[in-house]
Design a protein around this ligand. Sequence first.
Ligand code: ADP
Ligand code: MG
Length: 711
Amino acid sequence: MKLALSDDIQYVKGVGPEVAKLFKNLGIKVVEDLLTLSPRRYAEKVFIKDIQNVQNIQNIEDIQDMQNVKPENLSDLQSGKEVRVSGRIIETGIKHTGSGKLFVVKISDGTGVISCVFFHYSPKMRERFKWGLTVSAEGTVSNWGWDLQLINPDISLAVSDERDKYLPVYPLTGWLTHSRIRKIIRAILDTKIEIPETLPAYLIEERHLLSRETAIRNLHFPPNIEYVKSVRERLGFEELFLLEIMVALRKREIQNNGIKFQKGSVLARKFFNLLTSEKPGFNLTKAQTRVCWEIFTDMESDKKMNRLLQGDVGSGKTIVAILAMLKAIESGYQAILMAPTEILAEQHYFCLNQYLSKIGVESSLLMGKTPKKARDKILEDIKSGKSQIIIGTHALIEGKVEFKNPGLIVIDEQHKFGVAQRSKLMEKGTLPDTLVLTATPIPRSLSLIFYGNLDISIIDELPPGVKPITTKWRYENEIEEVWKFVISELLIGHQAYIVYPIIEESEKLDLKAAQEAYETLKETAFKEFKVGLLHGRMKSDEKARVMEDFRKGEIQVLVATTIIEVGIDVPNASCMVIEHSERFGLAQLHQLRGRLNRGSKKSYCILVSPENISELSRERLSTIEQESDGFKLSEKDLALRGPGDFLGTMQHGFPEFKFANLTNVKFISEVKDIAFGIVEKDPLLKEPQNEPIAKALKTTYADKAKFLTAG
Ligand code: ADP
Ligand code: MG
C-alpha cells in the first residue's frame, strides 16, 4: 500500500493505536506531522572499534560509512558528550541502593568500559541483556569517579540503523524512545512516499531554497550539521510564507462592507466637555489624539474596522474606547464593551455610567451572575435597542443575547489575547467593527506575523503628571526593611498591595501561603493597620466587597493573589510588594506593577525573592527593575524565553511554529511583503505558478487557517 502524507499515523507500519496515542501528545496525527517533527538536536554517533561489530555489516554502504566516520575509542569518551556506542556486554549486575535496585550493564569495545545504569530493574531486562551480546546504547556520558556511565540510556540489541552519523533527538513522551521514532520515520521515508512542493518554483529559485522533499528527508538524517541550517531555513520560510498568504487573503476578505459611521460626533464632544468640567485642565495626550483619529477614520470609511489598540497599562485606552463607542451610537448603532472579568466589567460600568447618564446615553451591565429577573429586563433592552452601550463579560457572547444592531465591539483584553472569544463572536455572524484593547505590547516581529490582518494603533505615551514607578528588588532576608517602608507609606495615608503567586500546579499550597501570610501579617508587621485578603477562590460578591473596602480605604493593606492583575484601579494605592517574584514572568510583573500609578502619588514596587534563584530569574528581575517601558520589556521577554515559550504563555490558539525564527524582524517583513504582493496580484491563487500555494492551503495548512477567523 502506498503511504500518503495525510494518512493517519496509526496505520503506519510499526505504529498502531498505542504508539499513535503517544504521538498525539506530541501533536502528531498524520504522517506529515511526524515527518515535520523537528528534532531538538542531533546526537553524534561515535563508532567504536569492536570486532563483533564487523558481523553487523550488512551491505557495502555500511563499510563506506565506517571509513567516513572517525573511529573513536571508548576510553577517549568525555563526560557530557551525547553518543551512541556499540560494544560487547562484559558484565551485568544488580546494585542495591537506599531507594531500590539498579540494573547495570557494562559494555566494552576492547579499549575501555562504560556502564549503562538503569534506575528501574526488571527481570525482563536481565533476561534480555546477557553477557557476550553486542548492544548499542545511546545517552549522555557522565562520570562516576573513574567510571564512565550512561544513565538510563536508550539501549537495544540489534544494532538498528547504522547508516547515519548524526542521529535526531526528538521531544519524547511516555515510553517512546528516539530509536523507535527514528525507525518509524526511516521506514516511512523508505517507502518512497511522495512529498509535494508547497512553494512556487520561482520563489525557490529566487531565494535559493531546498525543495520540500530534500528538506524533509535531510531534517531527520542529515549528512552533516551544517546542512541542517538550509533545511530549517527552507521549512521556516515555508511556514511563515504560507501563514502570511493566509493573513493576506483574510485581510482582503474582511476589509469590505463595513459600516460607514457618520463623520464627527456631538456625543463624544459632550462627553469630553463633561470630563474637562470635572477635571479642569484635562486634555487628551498627543498619542490618544492620534489613535482617536486613526480609529475614527476607519469607522467613517466603508471598510470594516479590525483594529488593535496597544498601550501600556495606564496609558489611557479606556477614554479612547469610549469616544469610539459614542461615535458608534450616534449613528444609531449599539456599542458593546467586553471585559475579561466581572470585577473589571463592573468597574468599567460604574465608572462610565456616571458620565453616560449625564449625557443621556443608556447603558447596561450584563454578567453571568446577573439574577434572572434583572437579566430578562436587560436582555429585552438590548434586543429593543433601548440600551445603547452594553458592558459585560463573555456572558455577552454566550447564551442567547440578541442585539438590535451592534455597530462596534470593543474587547478589553488586558494582557490575554482572547483569540477564542473573538472567534466565537464571529461565529455568531454579527461582525461589527472591532476594536481590541491590549496592554501587552507585542514585539514588533510577532505583531507583524499574528496581526497582519489587523490594523494597529499604539499609545506610546503616558498621561501627563504620571511619575515613573520606582521598582526595587530585595532579598527575603531584608523583608523587615520592606515592611518598614510600606508602613511609612501607610502612615501618610496611602495604601498597599502585597501579592503572592498562584501557580496552577501547586494552587492549593500557594493559596495557603497567601492565607498564612495574611494571618501573620495582620498580627505582626501590620498590627496597627487594616488588612484584607483577596483570592480567586472567594465567591464573587465576597471579592467585590473586599475590593470595595479597599477602594474606600477601609482596608489599607490588601494581601492578594494575582487576581488583582487585571485592571483594578485604586488611585490611593502607592506601593506593591510582590513576594516570590522570581516565579512570575516579565509580562506578568509588568502588569502587576501597572496597578500602581493610578493617581498622582509617587509609586513604589518592591520585588522580593530568595537569594538563591536561577540565572534566568535573576536576569528577569534586574530587567524589570531597570526597564519601565512595556514595549522594550516585551522584546526582552521574547529574547529571554524564545518564541515558543513566549507565545505559549501568552495565548492559545495561534498556530505553532516549528522552524521559523520569530525574532528576525527583517526576515519576517520580507516574507510578509512577498506574500502580500502575491495575493495582491493573484487574489484567487489561480495562476499556474501559484498552484503549489493553493494546494498547500487546502492540505497541510488547512488546519492552521483556523486562527485567522479570530482576527
Ligand atoms: P489603561 O490604558 O490601562 O486602560 P486607563 O484608560 O484606565 O488606562 O487610564 C489610566 C488612568 O489615566 C485613568 O485614571 C484615566 O482617567 C487617566 N487618564 C487617561 N487619559 C488621561 C489624560 N489624557 N490625562 C490625564 N489622565 C488621563
Ligand atoms: Mg484598561
